[in-house]
Design a protein around this ligand. Structure first.
Ligand code: HEC
Length: 259
């Protein structure tokens, strides 16, 4: 190599190294930003010393008449309050569809036509789908990565997942298990986990001022409107809630980033 070419190569290598250092630093900064605590909720002052609650949108707030700090509502009162708060939100967002009725068969009801819901899809979806225990389906896996996945594994998977999802179901519906200080639970506004759209995560959430994972949004909603303490990412309750919410959307295509 001529000395001139050598120098050019050295300069090029130097600038590449500098550029990647800058890139790496930016990446680390981004990760640090992500690790920061969730933004604090700005709640307006109560008129009469009552508890003020904010919705998951970080904007809509309401005072609970007669409820002083430290007091809890009964389930019926909490339901009525949640409905009022939701009516207020729906007035602001008439274009956003919000399901308030309990679906009889949530998985099937929320899956778009033609999707793999109900175990009618092919390949892995068929193997992992509840209700698909026929031996013939396992035979179709011979020769691929999942060849070692046998009926016994499926039975174990099903039993453990069902238990896991059932725990999440209980927590989602229980103000007490969620640690709500005011008696509110998720199902009061999200029947069968409706309107939670787990398939759209990660996505940018304005109220969190960041790209959020489903668990970030769960924690945000635990803080407000549920008014409980946030859960660590590996808390068994957080894991069960995630499992339950995702299980209600079986068959819905992943669409991360979608609003
Ligand atoms: C009082 C009603 C209410 C309660 C109770 C409630 N939420 Fe929400 N939730 C909302 C509203 C309204 C939004 C929509 C906010 C927006 O995007 O503007 C929302 C949004 C969400 C989202 C984001 C949905 C999306 O499209 O990305 C998730 C996830 C969620 N809630 C989970 C929960 C969980 C988990 C709980 C219980 C810990 C809970 N919510 C309790 C009203 C409620």
């Amino acid at each position: 190599m001529k000395p001139r070419t050598k120098m050019a190569v050295a300069v090029l290598a130097g600038s590449l190294a500098a550029a990647s250092a800058v890139y790496l630093a930016a990446g680390i900064r981004a990760v640090r930003t992500y690790a920061q605590a969730l933004p604090a909720h700005q709640l307006p002052k109560s008129q009469g010393g009552n508890v003020v609650v904010q919705l998951c949108d970080g904007q809509t707030t309401a005072e609970i008449p007669g409820l002083k700090p430290g007091q809890r509502m009964t389930r019926a009162q909490a339901l009525e309050f949640s409905r009022k708060l939701m009516a207020e939100w729906q007035r602001k967002h008439p274009d956003r569809g919000w399901v308030m009725a309990q679906a009889k068969n949530p998985g099937a009801a929320q899956a778009p036509a033609g999707s793999a819901a109900g175990g009618s899809g092919k390949g892995r979806e068929t193997i992992a789908g509840p209700g698909t225990s026929s031996a013939a389906k396992f035979k179709s896996q011979q020769g691929d990565t999942y060849a070692s996945f046998h009926e016994r594994d499926f039975v174990i998977w099903k039993a453990q997942t069902d238990t896991f999802v059932e725990q999440g179901n209980k927590i989602f519906h229980s103000a007490q298990l969620l640690g709500s200080t005011i008696g509110v639970s998720c199902d009061m506004c999200h029947p069968n986990a409706a309107n939670t759209h787990p398939e759209t995560y990660p996505k940018y959430q304005e109220q969190l001022q960041r790209v959020a994972l489903l668990r970030d949004m769960i924690n945000w909603c635990i803080e407000n409107p549920v008014r409980g303490a946030t859960l660590a990412p590996d808390d068994p309750k957080m894991r069960a809630l995630e499992a339950y919410i995702l299980a209600q959307r079986k068959g819905v295509p992943l669409a991360y980033g979608k609003h």
